[in-house]
Design a protein around this ligand. Structure first.
Ligand SMILES: [Zn+2]
Length: 416
């Protein structure tokens, strides 16, 4: 395999796919079941066929390209990622995992012919949750865990019902095969890191051990609104002052616990939000992530205790609502060891790491042995038109994928 060719092909294909849904500001917007999304899937279908793959859709809109085994009962090795983007997103998030799969499958078919097991690349229809209030629509349909009863009610920001959008794009009507899959032997997702660890450490490949668990809470403090000029400091029940005290104490506790724990207060709302009135209400969100469930639980309890102590100190009422509790998900240990061996053999610098962001791999991992592989993101920038990964790093990721798919699809007699 000529590395320079692979680098050029990876880079050209990223640019090619980014033309579907290209924003004037340089970003990419491909929201589920919109015209740019449909055009991208259709173009991908043509590209897959031109590269010698058999293609098909499922009824959710996931698109597959396949190299069939001579034994159709042999099971399937699946690779890929999501084709949808956030609004004005980058060219690499999701897209690179599909492109890498396409390049790997073409190479394998041309070099080795039919595999022992079917190998497929998937362009997953949706992961980001950017158009409708749901996420992982592509992978949850494949695993049979999609929230199908919930979709009848949901609409996008323009009021278009989910089901109407899906049907208009040609899906959900029974025209294609059922998305549910029982034949998948492993799932491999290649993705940009969306963080800066690999670049800072000058490491090319990140092998994900766990995808972090995540809790999201809203903390509401209630006090008493009063005149900013006539109420002495000691008499106040200032909800914002209490909330500030909580936030500082939670952040200090997060610092004490250290990496890989991260805690974020990203939103705060104050009432009446007027310059000369002491606030009677202050509500803030808290997002906590950690790859170990027990640490996540312990830190969450500590944060809640901090809030109650600060509320008591300031004479406030406090209400804590938890509205997200995603458990950490471990990636397959045997696949992880295979990828380590491949990186060593290819002389690629690598490290094991957690993923701080959610990925389709976390949905698949509950059902099939799954692996998530990262390549560096320049300056860690993602969900932004400035997202960038060098062609050298893209090609290194594809090389690892080719070797792994070869081992899984052509070599091993049995897969544990
Ligand atoms: Zn992504």
């Amino acid at each position: 395999m000529n590395i320079a060719d692979l680098q050029q092909q990876a880079e050209e294909m990223v640019e090619w796919l980014a033309a579907y849904g290209a924003d004037p500001e340089g970003g990419v917007t491909r929201l589920l079941y919109t015209s740019s999304w449909i055009e991208a899937q259709q173009a991908m279908d043509r590209k897959m066929r031109a590269m010698g793959l058999d293609t098909y859709y499922d009824d959710a809109g996931n698109l597959f390209g396949r190299i069939a085994s001579e034994d159709p009962e042999a099971g399937t090795i699946l690779t890929g990622s999501h084709v949808d983007t956030v609004k004005c997103g980058g060219k690499y998030d999701g897209a690179f995992g599909i492109i890498a799969g396409l390049l790997a499958l073409r190479y394998l078919k041309e070099t080795y012919g039919p595999p022992k097991r079917n190998i497929e690349v998937v362009s997953l229809c949706e992961e980001e949750g950017s158009r409708f209030p749901l996420t992982f629509w592509g992978s949850t349909n494949i695993t049979g865990t999609a929230p199908t009863d919930h979709i009848a009610q949901i609409r996008d920001s323009e009021g278009i019902p989910f089901v109407e959008a899906m049907n208009k794009a040609g899906f959900g009507l029974g025209h294609y095969r059922s998305p549910l899959r029982k034949d998948i032997l492993s799932f491999i997702e290649l993705h940009i890191e969306q963080g800066a660890i690999l670049e800072r450490e000058q490491t090319t490949i990140g092998i994900v051990e766990q995808i972090v668990g995540q809790k999201r809470l809203t903390i509401e403090c209630s006090g008493e609104a009063n005149h900013a000029g006539t109420t002495p400091m000691g008499w106040r029940k200032d909800a914002l002052r209490g909330a500030s005290q909580m936030i500082v104490a939670i952040m200090e506790a997060a610092d004490r616990r250290g990496a890989p724990l991260v805690a974020t207060v990203g939103k705060i709302e104050v009432e009446p939000n007027v310059s000369n009135v002491i606030p009677d209400k202050a509500a803030f969100t808290l997002d906590i992530r950690h790859p170990q469930g027990d640490v996540l639980d312990a830190f969450c309890e500590e944060a809640v205790a901090i809030c109650f102590a600060a509320a008591q100190d300031r004479g406030l009422q406090v209400k804590v609502n938890q509205h997200l509790d995603v458990r950490p998900v471990g990636m397959d240990a045997s696949l992880l060891r295979s990828i380590e061996t491949i990186c060593q053999a290819q002389g690629l610098p690598y490290r094991l790491m957690p993923s701080g962001a959610g990925h389709d791999a976390q949905i698949m991992a509950a059902h099939y042995p799954t692996s998530l592989i990262f390549v560096p993101s320049h300056r860690g920038i993602s969900h932004n038109p400035a997202e960038y990964t060098s062609k050298e790093d893209l090609a290194a990721g594809v090389q690892v994928l080719i070797r792994l798919l070869y081992e899984l699809g052509y070599e091993k007699e049995t897969i544990s």
